[in-house]
Ligand binder design. Structure first.
Ligand SMILES: [Zn+2]
Length: 291
């Protein structure tokens, strides 16, 4: 318990800085699945999102913590109906925050207003560790922070489990978005339960057929249970969104204002074919060539 408290007392910004330095350096040193140019410029643009988020979040995170504490004090939520050991409740709460995130993420792909914010994250044509930062701050603050309060109101999860959830989530975020190769045994074992880079890469494919899959952040079991799990070989990967392909549309300033611009979603013929092919088939009919 003391170890957990010590761990969660570390300033989350230091953890994020440590993770980006580690993963970005590994991508520079090791042989990577994709070769991306102008990595420094790409990193700089993405870091601007994180700086904006940190500044805006100072107020909102206080609001979220206050709201969840208030809900816990009034013993609101399903977990208060059960007598559970501390660690079971803690881990279950982490899974429940992840479950809510799964559904919010899935809705963000379906509801046009939410997609306007979420497409900023999908716009990255050269996905690497710094893509973790490329989220519109309004999405993380307004949508996902509200999701955390709803999770607490429905399930009775607390601030400690939310802190642990974000600690694990950021490690997974860097792991999933990094442009690194991982051993096959990692995918075939841990990949049964947890989200692997190969799973999340499919989610960043340009074709909407693939973008609308693998919504989970930590537990891939949500996609397996709710039939949104798909696989695709690495060599078929094509990151980004067609409507954001131009270089000027990859800049921080353009992306920050992009939710307020009408941008039509562009689909390729291949996307239409995939959609037609999948009709009548269950969404989780996996590509047998999956990696
Ligand atoms: Zn998404």
């Amino acid at each position: 318990m003391e170890t957990l408290n010590n761990l969660l007392e570390i300033n989350p910004n230091y953890i994020v800085i440590g993770l980006i330095v580690l993963f970005f350096s590994l991508e520079q040193i090791l042989k990577t699945p994709f070769k991306f140019k102008k990595r420094g410029q790409h990193l700089f643009q993405n870091v601007l999102f994180q700086i904006t988020l940190v500044i805006l979040n100072i107020f909102f995170i206080t609001l979220v913590v206050y709201s969840i504490d208030w809900l816990n004090n009034s013993q609101t939520g399903l977990l208060y109906l059960l007598e559970l050991p501390f660690w079971v409740k803690l881990l279950l709460s982490v899974a429940l925050y992840d479950l809510t995130t799964y559904w919010i993420h899935r809705a963000s792909h379906k509801v046009p207003l939410l997609w306007r914010l979420h497409r900023v994250h999908h716009s990255d044509t050269s996905m690497d560790s710094s893509t973790v930062f490329r989220f519109h701050p309004l999405e993380l603050i307004l949508i996902y922070q509200t999701g955390n309060i709803i999770t607490s109101a429905v399930f009775g999860t607390d601030v400690l489990s939310m802190a642990l959830y974000y600690f694990i989530l950021y490690i997974f975020f860097f792991f999933e978005h990094s442009n690194l190769k991982y051993p096959n045994w990692v995918n075939s074992t841990l990949g049964l339960i947890f989200v692997m880079p190969n799973h999340h890469r499919v989610h960043h494919h340009q074709e909407q057929y693939y973008t609308d899959s693998n919504f989970a952040d930590i537990f891939i079991i949500w996609d397996r249970i709710f039939a949104t799990f798909k696989e695709l070989p690495l060599e078929k990967m094509n990151y980004g969104l067609k409507e954001f392909d131009e270089e000027r549309k990859q800049s921080f300033l353009y992306l920050m204002k992009s939710p307020f611009i009408n941008i039509e979603r562009r689909m390729s013929e291949q996307s239409e074919e995939l959609k037609n092919d999948s009709e009548g088939k269950p969404a989780h009919s996996n590509d047998k060539n999956g990696i």
